[in-house]
Design a protein around this ligand. Sequence first.
Ligand code: HEC
Ligand code: HEC
Ligand code: HEC
Length: 197
Amino acid sequence: MRWLPLFLLLGIAAAQAAASANTPAKAPPGRFKDAQCIACHGPDSPEVQGWRLSKHGVLVRISSPGRAPGCVDCHGAEAHRPANPEAMREVCGKCHSPRYLETLAANGQRMVAVGEMKQREALALLAQARRQFPAERLQAMEAHYHHLQQHLRNIHLGVGHQSPDHQWWHGHPALDGDLLRIKGAYDDLLRASRKQP
Ligand code: HEC
Ligand code: HEC
Ligand code: HEC
């Protein structure tokens, strides 16, 4: 079971590379429909995959129209704006009870907060390494930290899109792996510098 997230990691890295290859660098102005959001962000992008694998995404595909929300229902047709939490309460409230949503929001916030705590730990270690070692020796640590930021974004996306798969497999275990690798890379640097006379 422990090696499973590695496969997922490689899959995400490939998906992200594919998505960024055909996505414009800047968010274009205009009003869009779900199919356009999906095509431009990339069907394999973490934001689209997270939604697609959520119950909402599945219901939009297999159930009657309007039973579950798509991109525009939550983000608005003008898009590119972070979903507004106040507006979200209203959007979700059309179909779910306030109590259910409160519990959900609290769990989501906790999950993101734990992710951010791990990020701070990684960043503190990286900052220390940056003071101790020249940039060319920090490539491994910087690369692991870059992945960690992507996995933190997956947690954020999974929470926003109610996608357990993204919160979990593509989120916390992957982030834990990054943190361990950052610690390992730092230990390697220390060990190598001690060996030098
Ligand atoms: C023609 C391409 C294109 C279309 C269509 C498009 N987007 Fe975007 N969107 C982008 C780009 C480029 C960015 C900025 C780079 C990034 O964050 O990936 C972006 C950024 C965003 C962001 C992040 C904003 C932030 O502040 O972090 C959200 C959310 C978003 N888009 C949602 C949508 C939704 C929802 C739709 C459909 C209603 C949509 N986009 C349609 C290209 C597009
Ligand atoms: C059920 C409501 C809902 C639906 C449906 C939905 N989103 Fe989101 N989305 C959110 C929330 C909530 C967040 C987290 C808060 C934020 O960053 O906007 C989020 C986050 C995002 C982000 C990340 C923004 C960032 O901060 O990096 C992108 C990009 C995005 N959504 C695009 C999409 C696209 C494309 C679709 C359709 C395939 C979609 N969303 C469907 C609610 C939704
Ligand atoms: C248009 C109606 C609609 C809207 C709007 C909507 N949902 Fe849903 N949602 C559904 C339906 C239908 C289901 C499937 C219920 C089931 O499990 O049978 C669902 C399922 C869910 C689930 C999965 C529950 C489970 O048992 O796995 C979560 C979590 C969820 N919604 C949260 C939200 C949040 C948060 C929002 C707002 C950002 C939202 N929903 C907006 C209709 C909606």
